[in-house]
Design a binder for this molecule. Structure first.
Ligand SMILES: *Cc1c(COP(=O)(O)O)cnc(C)c1O
Length: 325
């Protein structure tokens, strides 16, 4: 494993805040629920990708890279934060995105442009073809004399999961008798680091539908970081919030967005944190998470993604009632 030091990008530890009104709305006791504010990690609008980028970009710098290349969906928070990290460190950034340039350019895509990243559109391709396109972009950059470093899909690897092992260590200090951390599970690095630090039994991952086998990815990233055995079957993963797929807005997610906003003034996003809260709600309903236990909801960021999701924006706007005097 790479021994390169991380490059400091964020502000840590992030705060933990009580969420008593949300706790009661979910059927928990008022002091059962805490929100770990990893939406407040720092540069580029914040979010969980900052902790992972500290490690992957640290390794890229140690290798002498002058250009960061990564992949993602058009509304990838990871791509946006890679663009911000590059701007902050004086590195060029090329984002290899699924889809075509014709769609909505708001949300994360607008910020990618603001940070000065170049975009390479890959078309409607699968993950393997997206990765192949990124390799091709790296080859072209090298041919032009640049020194590119390829950051993996979602920024997730065993190396970058260390950023979330650090988050787990923060939580151990901040929340005594912590029973469960609830986190959205995308490319897997975030949950993997938490599992390495806290043990598989303490982390509930809510799958967002980004990977065919998310538990396998989490186990693969986490296993080298802990002496405990980590196997996919031993992980707590819910797959009941995917709905019609990664980009789809589900009914339980719209309810979760509204609930967090109206009980705590907390903004969630339609792809990740909205699913995570919908999964927490389902876990309370089926008894996997119980009143009297300390639960942490990990807020992983994603706010720009709300504005990049037309259906979610339309749903949010519907909530504004007309004041009639
Ligand atoms: C990427 C992302 C996640 C999931 O993290 P992974 O490490 O990819 O599993 C959760 N929330 C938000 C807002 C994200 O952007």
């Amino acid at each position: 494993m790479s021994q390169h030091p991380p490059v400091p990008l964020g502000t840590f530890p992030t705060p933990v805040e009580p969420a008593p009104r949300l706790a009661v709305a979910l059927g928990l006791e008022p002091d059962d629920l805490w929100v770990k504010r990893d939406d407040l990690t720092g540069p580029g609008g914040g979010g969980n990708k900052v902790r992972k980028l500290e490690w992957t970009v640290g390794a890229a710098l140690a290798e002498g890279a002058d250009t960061l290349v990564t992949t993602g969906a058009p509304q990838s928070n990871h791509a946006r934060l890679t663009a911000a990290a590059g701007a902050r460190l004086g590195l060029d950034v090329v984002l290899v995105l699924r889809g075509s340039p014709g769609g909505s350019r708001s949300g994360n895509l607008a910020l990618d442009g603001l940070f000065g990243a170049r975009l390479a559109w890959a078309g409607e391709v699968d993950r393997a073809a997206l990765d192949a396109r990124a390799e091709e972009v790296c080859a072209r950059l090298r041919a032009a004399g640049a020194r590119p470093a390829l950051i993996p899909f979602g920024g997730s690897s065993t190396l970058s999961a260390r950023g979330y092992a650090d988050c787990g260590a923060e939580l151990r200090e901040q929340v005594p008798r912590l029973r469960t951390v609830v986190v959205a599970l995308g490319s897997g690095g975030t949950m993997a680091g938490l599992v390495a630090a806290l043990g598989g039994d303490s982390v509930l991952g809510v799958d967002v539908g980004a990977l065919a086998d998310p538990a396998a990815a989490v186990a693969e990233f986490a296993a080298p970081l802990t002496r405990e055995e980590v196997v996919p079957e031993g992980l707590r993963v819910r797959r009941d919030q995917v709905g019609a797929g990664y980009a789809a807005l589900t009914g339980p997610v719209t309810e979760a967005l509204r609930l967090a906003a109206r009980t705590e003034g907390l903004v969630l996003d339609p792809t990740y944190t909205g699913r995570a809260l919908a999964g927490l709600r389902a876990a309370v309903r089926d008894g996997d998470i119980r009143p009297g236990e300390k639960t942490v909801f990990l807020h992983t960021g994603g706010l720009p993604g709300l504005f990049g999701h037309p259906a979610a924006v339309a749903f949010a706007e519907e909530g504004a009632a007309v004041f009639e005097a």
